[in-house]
Design a protein around this ligand. Structure first.
Ligand code: ZN
Length: 111
């Protein structure tokens, strides 16, 4: 799954009224969400639906868990900030803004 898709999905969860928790999914490392008293991981939920097709194209590096999360977050924030700079559509600005907000939140939590 593309990072863009994940970020978009996480911001959509927030827009749907879900609350981002300070706990992280042990499987994917993205924050867990809570809605209507249910705690869930939107990333894994979606992955489970597409897991069979995705599994085949998985590279071995994907299984590494010793990734520098903070470095990745920084990269993504910069990437999104650049996108935001060129964006003129209000809905996209909102979407990108939400995504940056989520990434900064995650950074704060892992410090
Ligand atoms: Zn997950």
């Amino acid at each position: 799954m593309e990072d863009d898709e994940i970020i978009k999905m996480l911001s959509e969860e927030l827009l749907k009224g879900a609350k981002m928790l300070s706990n992280y999914c042990p499987k994917c490392g993205y924050p867990l969400f809570e809605k209507d008293g249910k705690i869930y991981c939107p990333v894994c939920n979606l992955k489970n639906k597409t897991i069979y097709r995705r599994e085949e194209s998985k590279k071995p590096e994907d299984k590494k868990i010793d990734l520098d999360i903070e470095e990745i977050l920084d990269e993504k924030i910069i990437y999104l900030a650049k996108k935001l700079k060129d964006e003129s559509e209000v809905s996209r600005i909102k979407e990108i803004g939400e995504a940056i907000y989520i990434l900064i939140k995650i950074k704060e939590k892992i410090k």
